[in-house]
Ligand binder design. Structure first.
Ligand SMILES: Cc1cc2nc3c(=O)[nH]c(=O)nc-3n(C[C@H](O)[C@H](O)[C@H](O)COP(=O)(O)OP(=O)(O)OC[C@H]3O[C@@H](n4cnc5c(N)ncnc54)[C@H](O)[C@@H]3O)c2cc1C
Length: 400
């Protein structure tokens, strides 16, 4: 495994760091942010700044306006951007759009790519991904999918009718289109199973019932409950092939888990830097906080957790760059990083004392942000369980 960062990637990393420092940090407390992320006007302003810096959608192929980064390239640039989560919104590399772009690049046909991927990659529009359902539907176990797409009977312009309820759908409010996962019967076009559909959010039959009040606040549009009620879609709305939805979910999720790790690692580094700075300046019992072993050890543990995450992400990215599916590696990275990043932000808060729980630093906000990371894109327990299954079957990590 090669750890060399090529010169052009190094330049991009430094450009991202300059962008974060010069353009994003001064705007971090802009009032046009609420419990559900930045307003659309503010988001578009941020995207315009990133465009000026040549940093929009760096993960997307050049033909769609991106920079064509591979997974290791993303590891470097996304971590740099994650230092200020608003930068990831500006650069159009935040969830769920970033992973949706990856899926559309891999699976959509040319017409769908022109219609959905091109404007999404430019940052002009947003999207959402609808898989999870309230109990007893799909959650940690996606096979419990209840939303159903049935063949329509000879109705003009509609080949499938979709019914169901989705929830925790990030960015549904303000999204231009959705990727919807629904159960389908055996069909001339494919076997019974799950199918992904593309649908405009203003289609009759898509109803946003409510936006949930949640712990986190960065994700644009928040998380919504969406009712699909007689949503009619043509056959051309099928993303990829009928019956392949669960396979495509993995195409999306294996890299998506990793990119979450990359972005939140940048955020953890930020919390650690703020704590370190405080531990140098603040004194107690006659010496700087950092000179007390209890505080110094927290900083040391932060440093080791950050280092471990970076190594684990790099290895998983390397595996994906070799053309492997990387499910095992991305699962392990997701558990290791989501838990380590949580510890780093938690310790940083502790080092800051009372200041840590105020919004006078970004640490409290990051604390609220990284807790859900242990749940979405597969809770830690489910990843541990599936890692164990592979270990028992004799599978394991791809060696380097
Ligand atoms: C911030 C956030 C954003 C999200 N955005 C989206 C989105 O945009 N689109 C979307 O479709 N979904 C989204 N989700 C949903 C997310 O993917 C689900 O929350 C996740 O898959 C878990 O499903 P669940 O909440 O139904 O938990 P449940 O299935 O109810 O599971 C609850 C708990 O049970 C335990 N558990 C489950 N199975 C096992 C097992 N095999 N072994 C041991 N323990 C187990 C785990 O501890 C788990 O946390 C989002 C969630 C969050 C928190």
């Amino acid at each position: 495994m090669d750890f060399t960062i090529p010169d052009e990637l190094l330049e991009l990393k430094e450009r991202t760091e300059r962008f974060v420092r010069d353009e994003i940090l001064p705007r971090e407390n802009d009032k046009r942010q609420g419990a559900h992320g930045p307003s659309e006007a503010f988001r578009l302003e941020l995207v315009a700044l990133a465009k000026r810096a040549g940093l929009v959608s760096p993960h997307v192929a050049r033909e769609w306006g991106g920079l064509g980064l591979d997974h290791r390239g993303k590891a470097v640039v996304f971590e740099a951007a994650g230092y200020a989560p608003l930068a990831t919104i500006a650069m159009n590399i935040f969830a769920p759009d970033e992973a949706n772009m990856h899926l559309l690049e891999q699976v959509a046909d040319e017409r769908q790519q022109e219609e959905f991927l091109r404007p999404l990659a430019s940052g002009a529009i947003r999207s959402c991904f609808m898989m999870t359902e309230p109990a007893p539907g799909a959650g940690a176990d996606p096979a419990m999918l209840l939303t159903a797409a049935r063949r329509a009977s000879n109705e003009a312009g509609a080949d499938f009718v979709i019914d169901g309820t989705k929830w925790l759908i990030t960015g549904a409010v303000g999204a231009r289109f959705a990727i919807i996962m629904a159960r389908t019967e055996s069909d001339p076009l494919g076997p019974a199973g799950a199918t992904m559909f593309l649908a405009p959010m203003d289609a009759p039959g898509i109803h946003i019932e409510r936006v949930l009040d949640t712990l986190d606040t960065y994700m644009t549009g928040g998380h919504a409950v969406v009712r699909l009620d007689g949503l009619r879609v043509p056959e051309t709305a099928v993303l990829g092939k009928v019956g392949q939805g669960f396979r495509y979910a993995q195409v999306r999720l294996a890299p998506a888990r990793l990119t979450h790790c990359m972005r939140w690692l940048g955020a953890a580094r930020r919390a650690h830097d703020i704590a370190t700075d405080y531990a140098r300046r603040r004194t107690a019992f006659g010496k700087p906080l950092g000179e007390h072993e209890g505080v110094g050890f927290m900083l040391a543990d932060n440093e080791m957790d950050i280092h471990t995450c970076r190594m684990v992400i790099w290895h998983a990215a390397w595996v994906l760059d070799q053309g492997e599916r990387g499910r095992h590696e991305s699962s392990m990275a997701k558990v290791i990083c989501s838990e380590a990043i949580w510890r780093v932000v938690d310790r940083s808060m502790q080092v800051l004392g009372g200041l840590g729980i105020t919004d006078d630093t970004i640490v409290a906000r990051l604390f609220r942000e990284v807790r859900p990371f242990r749940i979405y894109d597969g809770p830690s327990e489910v990843h541990r369980w599936s890692i164990a299954q592979r270990v028992l079957r004799g599978g394991g990590a791809v060696a380097s």
